[in-house]
Design a protein around this ligand. Sequence first.
Ligand code: DOR
Ligand code: ZN
Length: 441
Amino acid sequence: MKLCIRNGMVISPANKLEQLADVYIEDGIITGITNPGERNFHGEYKEISASGKWVVPGLIDLHVHFREPGFEYKEDIESGCRAAAKGGFTTVCPMPNTKPAIDNPELVAFVAKKAMEANGVAVLPIGAITLGQEGNELSDFEAMKNAPGSIYALSEDGKSVMDSQIMMQAMKKAKDLNLPIFSHTEDRELAKGGVMNEGETARSLGLSGIPSEAEEIIAIRDILLAKNTGCQLHLCHISTKGSVELIRQAKYYGIPVTAETAPHYFLLTDKDVIKNGQETGSKRLKADPNWKMNPPLRSEEDRLEIIKGLKDGTIDVIATDHAPHHSEEKAKTFQEAPFGIIGLETSFALSFTALVKTGILSPKELISRMSKTPAEILGIDRGVIEVGKTADLAIIDVEKEYEINFDSFASKSRNTPFMGKKVFGQVCYTMVDGKVIYSLE
Ligand code: DOR
Ligand code: ZN
């Protein structure tokens, strides 16, 4: 199959490309990048017009929850992969907090098999650090790495490994196997019982708070363990100003740490939890569970520092933490509803609108955070549009404004705080190995 993507704005920070070009693809490989219209051909190539659109390396999400096995009513690998493709993602890393947890080679192989039956999005599993994610005994990293499909990182996401000795042993082993650790930074006891950010808003709602220190204490602990062990550490869903400052320092000292945040942490604050809750009969303020996630939405000061961290590169990556939950679960009270929101189908548009439209990030910086750098962290040869490389890419109309509407989502779940929000950035095509796996029409 021969394909030519005509006249798009090709943005590929890995090889410093940002120019109007035609991109030629043969048998899944990029074979040419030329000035628009430079080559003539007669019908041998199928043409896709990308006039007025961005052509970017397929987006890579280091942090998703696909819920299979165990919670397929929320999402499964097939529906998760369709949601990914609709969002412009060509590679995703599912977290192991399934039931049972992905903590052995058979389950890694199971995820790989399910991924093969899906739409072609590359699914790179993350293995659990401890057996059953119970925090007591390390799982067999090497066996999981050698399993069909392999693992690409280790994580206890959903909670932290609270025993520092076990975490240090995990980092030593992970380093020997050349695997990164993706750390969910949350001190269990400090966060216990909390449902939203500690502060004025939580007090006015009568809800118990989660202090920033719950995140920062484990962030600094894991940074110190990475310094000790030399393990490549990646900090998940960073939400506080203090964490950004700690990561900035750690990088200054050359400690091998990277970090991600998610769109809700640079778009929303804890005040939005109230604003969007409906008033009850007694006129008491109420919080809306679609604004409930872990870590929680923080203060305006935190939000601004997250943006600063994204701009100066302290935060390397925008991930989604796509965390699907059923609408009946999210219809419970704020205290009782589960933590988490979905993000695969809104992440690019939200990030582009909030960060590039406003001039905070350049187009190349955005694509670095969403594709180039995640590929580097995973150690995969993706995240670039270059002759000789695999044709994983997305074509995105960044001029088109539209309202986010979950009725069009491929995800099985609807738990987003961004329903009805006006954004720019419509994914028109997603391609893996040169094959179109999603198109808007
Ligand atoms: O909000 C969250 N949801 N945070 C987590 O750490 C876990 C996730 C989930 O699995 O639902
Ligand atoms: Zn998560």
